[in-house]
Design a protein around this ligand. Structure first.
Ligand SMILES: Nc1ncnc2c1ncn2[C@@H]1O[C@H](COP(=O)(O)OP(=O)(O)O)[C@@H](O)[C@H]1O
Ligand SMILES: [Mg+2]
Length: 643
């Protein structure tokens, strides 16, 4: 049994036999025609010879075709229109290039091949060149520029379309692969197909700012007749970018404080106390803004953090007094009393002849709040929190916000500030000002380019904020909309180079995916990058546990490789062991020899996709575990405009 598999890579001896039979046939033909003998038997024999020729040629072809396939398939391009046709032929499905289902027989072939050195099994180069010409498909093994081991994809000669149900993507999909191995090109293929689905929302977060990715999205939108739905948020070219307010959506106001304080660089225990102080301050300010009907924006948050909360408190207090008018109807009269009480007297203890200043007004308000409201249980959380900050020791406050201020400055100044804190009063700015809820509800196709190559910190911070806002939208959809509603307008959220932007809210998005109608796809270079970003391995594991589909491209990192092979599981591989032994004894006579040859077929449990192959995978090729453990080997074409 083992030899059957092992024999796949041997020389096609059947071809020699076929040649023998051909020679015999020729002789029979000559004898029948040239010699003066009865021809009947020759013709009978010719039929027999023909039969063996055909049989042997078929067997040879089986061996050759397997070997021909070993050369692998090189780079392939595809027009976006062709992809659209494929998508139209597979409604409700997603096409992931071409390939085959990876079964244990393929694992077996790999193990056999490794024994004989796969490169030695390639057919002569001339054959492969002929194949390339004849089938119009690049053969990777004869392309000096090709990267990786082409024979991995070549262990199966028959390629089919790799399609899977779109619904399976609800279970979140992770794409891993080293840099420049084709992750983003695979995303191109997937994203285009999402764009072809009418009315669906597509949000692509691209920290790196891959122009090809953006252009492909735009092309797909044009081909699908959805050009109007396309919009771009770009830190690299703010002038042509839309403006998104990342603090617009929240289910609970405290989320906003978490959203901004999470941007603080965390560094050990002392770092965390700075973060929690930043949380406290921003929470007070956001509460105050909402209480005084101010729209929370990062720009305003920064103003209050830097210049103090007095102004905000002075707005909140009268707003609160109006709100509680039923409980203290004569609040206006009382306010005048309290303010006049807090006005600083002259030297001779007389009321000065001037209007009370802002400090005195605030002092009066605060006193009145304490005695007429707070003391009798009429409490405002916003005022209490703001008062707390207001009374905080100025020196200590300044020290505690030293790391928070630069973070806020980074996100609120200049062009980035304009993009993230859209000012509705500025009528000169005609760039669309929107937010994630509006975008998801309108079926938009949004490309978010974060330009991380120029500034990684800003890219990480902005990406994280937008993801947090999207998490709030997901929670809203999860809690207040029906599943049918969510499924009819799904949100396809694709995060490339995910390790640069993911955060806790993203884990929540993954968690809620099913109920909120989110289809999540994240691409990363290595698994340890996630641990580094999220702070610890446990969080990373928690996140990884939410991905049901794994698409692995070439990966060199050991931890990542182990994660992939662990996910794919093991299978039994048969191995033949041959033992030769000879012995000689002199007991009987000097020429007495004994010998044994033993063959044993054993089975061993091995990784279904051997770990070392992950490091040798050619560009644009993957091995994936999709739809509950089905393993598929595939390769995707590069999308391009013409050709
Ligand atoms: N139009 C093209 N022609 C040839 N090669 C291309 C083309 N576009 C991309 N590539 C190749 O694809 C690879 C980059 O793929 P990409 O998806 O950007 O990698 P990553 O995994 O880093 O996202 C590179 O090796 C690049 O040379
Ligand atoms: Mg990329």
């Amino acid at each position: 049994m083992v030899s059957q598999e092992g024999n796949q890579w041997r020389k096609a001896y059947e071809f020699n036999a076929a040649i023998g039979w051909i020679v015999a046939l020729v002789f029979m033909f000559l004898s029948a025609t040239a010699a003066d003998l009865p021809t009947g038997p020759f013709w009978y024999m010719a039929v027999v010879a023909l039969f063996f020729i055909v049989m042997n040629l078929i067997s040879s072809w089986e061996i050759w075709s397997v070997k021909m396939a070993l050369g692998g398939i090189g780079i392939e391009f595809m027009r976006i229109e062709a992809l659209q046709e494929i998508a139209a032929q597979n409604p409700g499905k997603i096409w992931l290039g071409r390939g085959f289902e990876w079964k244990s027989e393929h694992t077996q072939r790999v193990y056999e091949l490794k024994k004989v050195n796969p490169e030695d099994c390639y057919p002569p180069e001339a054959f492969l060149r002929f194949k390339e010409k004849f089938f119009g498909q690049k053969v990777a093994s004869i392309d000096p520029d090709s990267i990786g081991a082409p024979w991995i994809h070549g262990v199966e000669p028959k390629e089919v379309d790799n399609v899977m149900a779109l619904d399976n993507l609800i279970g979140n999909t992770l794409i891993v692969g080293t840099t420049r191995c084709g992750k983003t090109r695979l995303l191109d293929v997937m994203i285009s197909q999402f764009i072809f689905l009418p009315g669906q929302t597509i949000i692509v977060v691209d920290p790196k700012g891959d122009k090809e990715l953006r252009d492909n999205m735009r092309r797909a939108a044009r081909v699908a007749g959805r050009e109007k739905d396309f919009c771009e948020f770009s830190l690299a070219s703010p002038s042509s970018s839309i403006r998104i307010d990342p603090l617009k959506n929240y289910n609970n106001i405290t989320e906003l404080a978490s959203r901004v304080s999470a941007l603080m660089p965390s560094s050990g225990d002392s770092g965390d106390s700075f973060t929690s102080f930043a949380w406290k301050v921003s929470n007070a300010i956001f509460l105050g803004m909402v209480a005084s009907n101010e729209k929370p924006t990062i720009r305003k948050l920064r103003q209050y953090v830097e210049s103090g909360v007095d102004g905000l408190l002075a707005k909140c207090l009268p707003a609160f007094f109006i709100e509680q008018e039923s409980k203290v109807p004569d609040w206006r009269k009382k306010t005048a009393e309290y303010i006049s009480r807090s006005v600083k007297r002259d030297k001779d203890n007389k009321m000065p002849d001037r209007e009370p200043n802002s400090k005195e007004i605030l002092g009066g308000y605060l006193k009145m709040y304490e005695s007429l409201y707070r003391d009798v249980g009429i409490i405002s959380e916003a005022i209490d929190s703001l008062t707390n900050i207001f009374h905080h020791d100025v020196g200590h406050y300044g020290k505690m916000v030293t790391t928070f201020e630069p973070v806020l400055a980074m996100l609120s100044t200049g062009e980035i500030g304009d993009l993230l804190s859209p000012d509705s009063a500025d009528i000169e700015d005609d760039r669309l000002a929107t937010d994630m809820l509006k975008l998801t509800d309108s079926g938009s196709i949004v490309y978010v380019g974060l330009n991380a190559l120029a500034d990684k910190t800003v890219a990480g911070a902005v990406g994280a904020m937008l993801l947090s806002d999207l998490a709030a939208v997901a929670a809203m959809r999860y809690n207040f909309r029906t599943k049918a509603e969510n499924d009819s307008r799904r949100v396809y959220l694709v995060v490339d180079e995910a390790a640069q932007v993911v955060n806790d809210p993203y884990i929540q998005i993954l968690n809620m995916a099913g109920g909120s109608g989110y289809v999540n796809i994240a691409a990363t270079q290595t698994i340890p990058d996630f641990s580094a970003r999220l702070g610890n391995e446990e969080k990373a594991r928690q996140m990884l546990g939410n991905f049901n589909n794994l698409i692995a491209l070439r990966s060199k990192d050991r931890t990542t490789q182990d994660f992939i092979t662990e996910t794919f599981g093991d299978t039994y591989v048969k191995a033949k062991q041959t033992t030769h032994a000879t012995s000689s004894t002199t007991e009987k006579n000097i020429s007495h020899f004994g010998g044994t040859i033993a063959e044993r077929v054993g089975e061993s449990l091995e990784a279904v996709f051997p770990t070392d192959l992950l490091g040798k995978m050619p560009n644009w090729q993957y091995i994936a575990s999709v739809s509950g453990g089905r393993l598929v080997k595939g390769r995707v074409p590069i999308l391009k405009e013409v050709g």
